[in-house]
Structure formats: C-alpha cells, structure tokens
Design a protein around this ligand. Sequence first.
Ligand SMILES: Cc1cc2nc3c(=O)[nH]c(=O)nc-3n(C[C@H](O)[C@H](O)[C@H](O)COP(=O)(O)OP(=O)(O)OC[C@H]3O[C@@H](n4cnc5c(N)ncnc54)[C@H](O)[C@@H]3O)c2cc1C
Ligand code: FES
Length: 275
Amino acid sequence: MKYDAQDCELVAKAQLTATIYDFRLKNPALAAITRPGQFVQVLVPSKTLRRPISVCDVEGDVLRLVFEVRGEGTALLAQTKVGEIINLIAPLGHGFTLEPDKKTIFVGGGIGVPPLLYSAKQCGQNAIVINGFRQRSAVILEDDFRQAVGQLILTTDDGSYGLPGFVTQPLEELLPQADRICACGPMPMLKNIAKLAQQYHVPCEVSLEQRMACGIGACLGCAVAVKEADGRVIYRHVCKDGPVFDSQCVAWDGEKPQPVTSNTPDKKPNEKEGQ
Ligand SMILES: Cc1cc2nc3c(=O)[nH]c(=O)nc-3n(C[C@H](O)[C@H](O)[C@H](O)COP(=O)(O)OP(=O)(O)OC[C@H]3O[C@@H](n4cnc5c(N)ncnc54)[C@H](O)[C@@H]3O)c2cc1C
Ligand code: FES
C-alpha cells in the first residue's frame, strides 16, 4: 500500500495515565487507506529521526495514536497542542491476518495494548481480548475494548485490578476454543504466547517493536532474525516485512543468520538515541 508524508491536524488530545497520551489526528485521505495493525512515522520538532507509533484506531476521518512518553522524542510530541499540525509518513507496515468469523484471541501487554484495538474491532463479538498491565493505575482503553469486542479480560501483575498474574494464565484456559491469536507487547510475553500457541496448535501472529530510523525498508536499522520454512535463519525488516510476524518464524532464542548474504542487513538495529 502506498505511503506518503501527510499533514494531520491534532483535533483532540487526552492524557490516559501519568505517561500515556491519546491523540486524535484528522486526515480523511489517510484514514481511508489505513489498515488495522499498521503504524506511522511521526515527525517530532527538532528531531531528525521520526518516531514509529502504531495506529490504535481509525474513527471516520480521524486516526487515533496512543503513546507512552519514553524519551525526548515522545516527550516533545506530548507537548503538541490541539489545532497544531503533525506530519506523519503513513500508512506503514502489515497488520495481523484477520478472519472476523473466527474466534480470535487478542493478547496485549502494557503499551502493546493500543495497537490491538483497531484489529480487535474487526472481529467484534468473535474477539476475546486479554490485556495485561503492571498495576491498576496503568490500565488503559478498558471501555474502548469492552464496547468493541465479545469478551474483555484484564490482568494485573500485582493483582490490583482484574485477574492477578500474567496474560498467559487466562490465555491457556481459553486456547482450546481459539482459532487464532494476535499479540503485541514485551518480548518475554510474546515468547511465552508463541510457546503456548505451538503447544495447542493455534496459529499465532505477534507485532514486534524494534528501534527504527527510516521506517520504509531503506536503512536496515530494524532487522529481526526470523526462521524460514527450510530452517534457515535470515534477517527481515520490522518496518517493511512486519511489524506483524508469524510467531513460529521469530528466532526467539537468539538464533542468527548463517551466512550473511549481500541481500540481508548485516548490522544491528540503530542504537543511536536522541537524533
Ligand atoms: C512499529 C512500532 C510501533 C510502535 N507503536 C507504539 C505505540 O503505539 N505506542 C507507543 O507508546 N510506542 C510505540 N512504539 C515505541 C516508540 O516508537 C518508542 O517508544 C519511541 O520511538 C521512543 O522515542 P523517544 O524519542 O521518546 O525515546 P528515545 O530517547 O529514542 O528512547 C527512550 C527509550 O525508549 C526505548 N525505545 C526507543 N525506541 C523504541 C522502540 N522502537 N521500541 C522499543 N523501545 C524503544 C529506548 O531503548 C530507550 O530506552 C512503537 C515502535 C515500533 C517500532
Ligand atoms: S527502519 Fe529503516 S529499514 Fe526498517
């Protein structure tokens, strides 16, 4: 799908927690072509490198981005005022394989929860969503998911809200009735979900995060090791080939490509910060 640099007006802004912001950006043409699970590269004032943020939802002419302030770039972005213009390169990447008539379990962890909303909405009553957070004060988008899907289960690590413990506990109980799993969150969570999916023979896709520079497959900055059907391990780009990958293809145990060819990125993701 064709991406482009696009100006969007910030038409609404909310703060969901101490560090998480919810932006609504108006651009009818962009909203019309953005698919669930895609992301945008946001231009931040005074920064050369754009910051990748997933599309949380599309509501008519408006794209919704929910992001956490982690460093300088997202802190500057959070200062944008309603009415100001934000430039995005979008839409980017490929989302989950969605089969709205199949029972799909969406599993989100922390700031991995927002990228699932638009996809889960497509499955409506057939979507079961399990969202996990550290504690009650970190819970976001509860009403949005509850209104959009068949069942919402919340977990907190410390038991202060919803079920106590990790998302994998309710997931394992529900897996016998699932046709697919879509997951987004921290790597250890995704790795455990991939293991369960393999054990129960349920197709599973995971949305990965990687440090990014260009966001369009040109800089090789977002390489991730994946296993091919023939067992070879090669590098793929999270920005261009992902961010969603089949969980059984991800090299969870740190396997590296052997040998590196001229077509594969031969360096690690860009580690530079503050650009
Ligand atoms: C495809 C994709 C989709 C994303 N979607 C969202 C989203 O919907 N909401 C959201 O809050 N964040 C999302 N992120 C993460 C977001 O891009 C980073 O948090 C942001 O770029 C940090 O920029 P910064 O200038 O504030 O921080 P920096 O100063 O660049 O870094 C601050 C800290 O954040 C960590 N960090 C930076 N970039 C990333 C990254 N790409 N992944 C993981 N950790 C990172 C750094 O290691 C460092 O510890 C996504 C990342 C990718 C690759
Ligand atoms: S960020 Fe440049 S290739 Fe992916």
